[in-house]
Design a protein around this ligand. Structure first.
Ligand SMILES: [Zn+2]
Ligand SMILES: [Zn+2]
Length: 152
């Protein structure tokens, strides 16, 4: 997520017995690059949020009814909801781990790095420049271990 990207939030707050239940959706702009061709991706992720903010998290969360999650339940702080960590977690979870510009993205040419989606037919039929080819021949003709004259 780029720095300073905005998150649109639609939130409904409901007073429940132990606190405030926040439900809603958040949409955030996600910018990344395709893991195959490194093309820039500019996407919007939409996540559903539901979080219970307890008035008194200490008495409510004493482990007996813990469902195994280690996350601390968010609490109301001076009647304010701290939405940021909830929002961040939800958006990060919604982001794809390996984003691709297209499920069929052919990626990059292993030889020259060209984006194959833009240039699907390009080939490397003539991979070695003739000038370098003659250089290669030169290397082959270099004496490897010619018996030296001063070996006594
Ligand atoms: Zn791609
Ligand atoms: Zn290529």
């Amino acid at each position: 997520m780029p720095e300073g990207s905005s998150i649109d939030l639609e939130l409904r707050l409901e007073a429940v017995m132990d606190g405030v239940l926040a439900t809603g959706t958040a949409s955030a702009r996600a910018v990344g690059e395709c893991v195959r061709c490194l093309d820039t991706l500019d996407d919007t992720v939409v996540v559903d949020l539901q979080e219970l903010y307890l008035y008194d998290p200490i008495s409510a969360g004493d482990g007996a009814e813990d469902d195994g999650e280690e996350d601390e339940l968010p609490a109301l702080e001076d009647d304010l909801l701290d939405l940021e960590p909830v929002l961040r977690d939800a958006v990060v979870l919604a982001l794809p781990l390996n984003p691709v510009c297209d499920p069929e993205c052919p990626g990059l040419c292993p030889e020259c790095g060209a984006r194959l989606a833009d240039d699907p037919d390009h080939t490397h039929g003539d991979p070695i420049d003739p000038r370098w080819a003659s250089l290669g021949r030169l290397t082959q003709n270099l004496p490897g271990d010619v018996p030296g004259p001063n070996k006594e």
